[in-house]
Design a protein around this ligand. Structure first.
Ligand code: GLN
Ligand code: ZN
Length: 765
C-alpha cells in the first residue's frame, strides 16, 4: 500500500509566500529574488512531503492554480495582449481588468475564473514539465498535479464580444462545452506527451467538478476526453473531492488507471462502492484523512477502512480527502490553545504524519500500532461539553424559530419608531481598516498598550466615523468595526467553546490570508460582545446606529467545526449566543441590528439534492437569532459575492426586516429575482457601489441602478447602500463615493415626493 498527499499549503510557515508576493508587487524585490524565494518554498515542500510515497509537483502556484491552467492552455483574454510571462500573469490576477474572482466549490478559497473567447487553445507555458525538472534536479521524482479538463471548462466562462467590445460573460452552454472540449483535449494530450517524453509515468488530474451535479451529456464527454488522454503516455489518476462523485458508476467507468474517492465528506462513496464494487485493474486512491477539518483522525477506524478497501482493489493508495491547503501548516507552533485541544488537532503537517503512521501500522510496525491505539482512545474522551448549553438546544420549540408578528406589520411599527425618509441610506458596517488601526490592535494583543489607551483610541475612531457619516447625510449609521480584526474571529475570541489560533493562517485568495477559528465544544456567550462600542456610537448621534453581528451560518462556515454533534445543533448553539446579544442590544436601546450572513450561500452542499437539509437548518439558525426580538426592533442582514438568483426563496425564509445585498457588479440585476417574490414581501438595499473597485461611482451611475430597482420594487421597500463593508477602501476613495450615493438617493427621493404630491393634487389615490 502506498501513500499520496497533495495540496500542501503554499503559504510557508512564516507566511513567506505572502511576503514574497507583496514585496514583489510593491517593487521592493527583483523578479530574480522573487523567483529565488519561490524556489526556496518549493524545496521546503519536498521536506514536508518526505516519507510519502507519491509526491506531487506543479503545486506552488504564483497566484492560483486555475489561473495557471488558463495560462498553460493559452486561455488569455485579448485585453491582456501577448503573454509575456510574470507581467501578464499578474495582470490577469490583479490588474484593473483582472479576471473575476469567485469561490472555489463550497470553500472559502477564491479562484480566478478563466474567460474563454474562442475554442482555440495552445500550450503556452508548460508549468507541470518545468516543475518535474525542478524537482528532478533536487533528486526527487514527482507526480505532476494538474486541474483536469472537465473541471477547467466547468468553472470557466465564455466571453462574447460585439463590435470589438466585451458584450457578455456567462457559463458555457451545452454546445460550447462540447466545442471547447474538442479544442482543449489535444492540448492536454500534448502536455501529457511532453511529460511522457521526459520520463513521467503518472499524472494526477484533479476533477472536483465531478462532485457537482453532472448532466448526462457531460459524463459522455468526460468519457470521450479521458479515452483520448489515457493513451498519451502517463497513467492518469483522477481525484474528485469535497463531496461524493456525482454518479459512482459512470465515474468508475472512466477509462483511467486510478480513481480517487473522498471517504470523508460523507458516506455516499463508501455506500456506492459497497453496492457497485470497484473496477478491476484500477488503483483506488482513498481519501481517508480530512483535508478540510482540523481534527486528528481516528486512526483505528482508518485502518479498518483500509482493510475493507483491500477487498475492492488490490492497489490501494491512501491520501487526504482533498488538497491540504484548507488547513494551516502545523499545530506545533500554537502555544495558546485551550488545554487539551492541541493533542486533538491535526493541521497539514500532522495529516502527513497520520498517513505515514497508517502505512507503518498497516505494515505491522508495532510502535505505529500502539500510537494508533493511543490516539483512538484519546479521541473517544468527551471534550468541551457544556450540559447547560446542550439542554438549552434540546429545549427549543417552534416558537423559538418564528418571530411575531409577520414582517409587514413589524416594518410598520419600525417605521413609526425610526422615522426614516424614503430610500434610507446606510453602509454595511466597516470603515477603512488603516495600517495604524491594525498596528494598534496588534500592540494591544502583545500587551504593549493598556486596555484604557486601546479603548480610548477606538472611541476616538468611532467619534470620527460618526461625525463623517452625519456630515455625509447618511440616515442609518454604523460604528465602523474598528475593534474587529475579522468579522468571525472577533466573535470567536469572545465566545466559549471556540478557539482562535496565533499562526493558523490559510489563503483566501492571492496573498490574502485569514485564520479560521476552531469550534471545539459547546458554544456560549459569557458576556456581551458588542454592546459597549455600539452604545457609545449611539450616544454620539440622534440618528439610529446599527448593532453589528455576524450570523451563525457564517460563523460556522468560516471556521473549523467539531464533528461529534449534528451540524444543525452547533448552528443553534451559535444562534443562541447571537440571540443573547440581540437581547442585550435591544435592552440598551439599539433600534436596528444587522446580522451578517455573507457565507449563507457558500455553506450550501455541492449537489442540489442535498440543499433541502442545509437550507432548513441554516434558515432556522438565523431565525433563532431574532425570533424573540421585539417587533419594533429592525433586523437587517447582509450577503455578498455569491450566486444568489437560485436561492432567493431560501433568503426570503430568513424572515429579516431588511436585506442589503451586493449587486453593483450586476447593475441591479439581482432585483429581478426579488421582484418574483410576493409583492412588498421584501425590503432590500441593493448595493449601488462596488467596494472592490478603486473607481468612484458617479451620481448618474448610482441613479441608474436605483431606477432599475425602483422599476421593480415599491419605493417604500428600497434602501440604498454600498455592496459590502468598506474596510479595504481608503478614506479618500470612499468619501466621494458615499457622497455621490447620498446625493443620488436624495435626488430620487425628491422626485418621488414631488410625484406623490402631484398624484394627490390630481385626486388619484
Ligand atoms: N459588516 C461587515 C463589514 O462591513 C460585513 C462584511 C462582509 O460582508 N464580508 O465589514
Ligand atoms: Zn459583504
Amino acid at each position: 500500500m502506498r501513500t499520496l498527499a497533495f495540496g500542501f499549503p503554499r503559504l510557508g510557515e512564516q507566511r513567506q509566500y505572502k511576503r514574497l508576493l507583496e514585496t514583489f508587487w510593491a517593487g521592493h524585490i527583483s523578479e530574480e529574488d522573487f523567483l529565488h524565494g519561490i524556489a526556496e518554498l518549493k524545496r521546503e515542500r519536498l521536506q514536508e512531503y518526505q516519507g510519502i510515497d507519491l509526491i506531487p509537483c506543479n503545486e506552488l502556484s504564483l497566484y492560483d492554480p486555475m489561473l495557471d491552467t488558463a495560462v498553460m492552455l493559452g486561455a488569455i483574454p485579448r485585453r491582456f495582449g501577448a503573454y509575456t510571462g510574470l507581467q501578464t500573469y499578474f495582470a490577469l490576477a490583479r490588474s484593473k481588468y483582472a479576471l473575476e474572482l469567485t469561490k472555489w466549490f463550497n470553500t472559502n478559497y477564491h479562484y480566478l475564473v478563466p474567460e474563454l473567447e474562442e475554442p482555440v487553445f495552445r500550450l503556452v507555458q508548460n508549468f507541470p514539465l518545468e516543475d518535474v525538472r525542478f524537482y528532478r534536479q533536487l533528486g526527487a521524482e514527482t507526480v505532476p498535479s494538474i486541474i483536469g479538463p472537465y473541471t477547467f471548462l466547468r468553472l470557466s466562462k465564455r466571453a462574447r464580444y460585439h463590435n470589438g467590445s466585451l458584450a457578455s460573460i456567462a457559463p458555457l452552454t451545452a454546445d460550447e462545452f462540447a466545442e471547447f472540449g474538442t479544442a482543449v483535449i489535444p492540448v492536454y494530450a500534448e502536455l501529457l506527451r511532453s511529460l511522457a517524453a521526459d520520463g513521467v509515468s503518472l499524472a494526477l488530474l484533479h476533477e472536483p467538478a465531478l462532485a457537482l451535479d453532472v448532466p448526462e451529456e457531460h459524463w459522455y464527454l468526460a468519457r470521450t476526453w479521458y479515452a483520448e488522454l489515457s493513451h498519451q503516455g502517463p497513467a492518469i489518476w483522477l481525484l474528485c473531492y469535497y463531496d461524493s462523485v456525482a454518479d459512482f458508476q459512470r465515474y468508475a467507468d472512466l477509462p483511467v488507471a486510478g480513481l480517487g474517492l473522498d471517504f470523508v465528506s460523507n458516506t455516499e462513496n463508501w455506500r456506492s462502492l459497497h453496492s457497485a464494487g470497484f473496477p478491476t485493474g484500477k488503483t483506488l486512491i482513498a481519501g481517508i484523512v480530512h483535508g478540510r477539518q482540523v481534527w486528528r483522525s481516528d486512526l483505528r477506524e482508518c485502518l479498518r477502512l483500509i482493510e475493507a478497501l483491500h477487498s475492492f482493489s488490490s492497489d490501494v493508495v491512501i491520501a487526504p480527502s482533498c488538497p491540504l491547503f484548507h488547513l494551516p501548516i502545523t499545530v506545533a507552533v500554537e502555544n495558546r490553545l485551550p488545554p487539551g485541544l492541541a493533542e486533538r488537532l491535526a493541521f497539514a503537517r500532522e495529516r502527513l504524519a497520520e498517513l505515514r503512521l497508517l502505512k507503518a501500522a498497516w505494515e505491522g510496525d508495532q510502535g505505529a500500532i500502539q500510537q494508533v491505539e493511543a490516539t483512538s482512545q484519546l479521541l473517544r474522551l468527551p471534550f468541551g461539553r457544556n450540559e447547560q448549553v446542550r439542554r438549552r438546544v434540546a429545549a427549543l420549540t417552534e416558537t423559538d424559530f418564528q418571530r411575531q408578528p409577520p414582517a409587514p406589520e413589524r416594518y410598520r411599527l419600525q417605521a413609526l419608531r425610526l422615522q426614516l425618509p424614503l430610500l434610507p441610506t446606510t453602509t454595511i458596517g466597516s470603515f477603512p481598516q488603516t495600517a495604524d488601526i491594525r498596528r494598534l490592535r496588534s500592540q494591544y494583543r502583545r500587551g504593549e498598550l493598556s486596555c484604557e489607551d486601546y479603548d480610548a483610541t477606538i472611541r476616538d475612531r468611532i467619534r470620527h466615523v460618526i461625525a463623517i457619516q452625519e456630515e455625509l447625510g447618511l440616515d442609518v449609521l454604523v460604528h465602523g468595526e474598528f475593534e474587529r480584526s475579522d468579522m468571525v474571529e472577533y466573535f470567536a475570541e469572545q465566545l466559549e467553546g471556540i478557539a482562535t489560533t496565533e499562526h493558523g493562517w490559510i489563503l483566501s485568495y492571492g496573498s490574502r490570508v485569514y485564520r479560521p477559528p476552531i469550534i471545539y465544544g459547546d458554544v456560549w456567550r459569557p458576556h456581551p460582545m458588542t454592546v459597549r462600542e455600539i452604545t457609545y456610537a449611539q450616544s454620539l448621534t440622534n440618528k439610529p446606529v446599527k448593532g453589528m453581528l455576524t450570523g451563525p451560518v457564517t460563523m460556522l462556515v468560516w471556521s473549523y467545526w467539531r464533528q461529534d454533534i449534528p451540524v444543525e445543533e452547533l448552528a443553534y448553539e451559535l444562534a443562541l449566543a447571537i440571540a443573547d446579544e440581540v437581547r442585550d442590544l435591544e435592552a440598551a436601546g439599539i433600534a436596528i441590528i444587522q446580522i451578517d450572513e455573507p457565507a449563507f450561500r457558500e455553506g450550501a452542499p455541492l449537489k442540489r439534492r442535498d440543499w433541502g437539509h442545509y437550507f432548513r437548518w441554516a434558515t432556522r439558525a438565523f431565525r433563532l437569532c431574532h425570533a424573540h426580538a421585539r417587533p419594533e426592533t429592525q433586523i437587517h442582514t447582509h450577503m455578498c459575492y455569491s450566486e444568489f438568483n437560485d436561492i432567493i426563496s431560501f433568503i426570503a425564509e430568513l424572515d429579516f426586516d431588511v436585506l442589503s445585498i451586493e449587486g453593483s457588479r450586476s447593475k441591479g440585476e439581482i432585483v429581478d429575482s426579488f421582484a418574483a417574490l410576493p409583492a412588498g414581501s421584501i425590503r432590500v438595499g441593493v448595493g449601488v457601489y462596488d467596494v472592490h473597485s478603486p473607481e468612484t461611482p458617479s451620481v448618474d451611475d448610482i441613479e441608474a441602478i436605483l431606477r432599475r430597482v425602483l422599476h421593480l420594487l415599491p419605493a417604500e421597500s428600497v434602501w440604498v447602500n454600498p455592496d459590502c463593508g468598506l474596510k479595504t477602501r481608503r478614506w479618500e476613495e470612499l468619501i466621494p463615493a458615499l457622497h455621490n450615493m447620498v446625493t443620488a438617493a436624495q435626488r430620487i427621493r425628491q422626485q418621488l415626493i414631488r410625484a406623490m404630491g402631484k398624484e394627490q393634487d390630481n385626486g388619484t389615490p
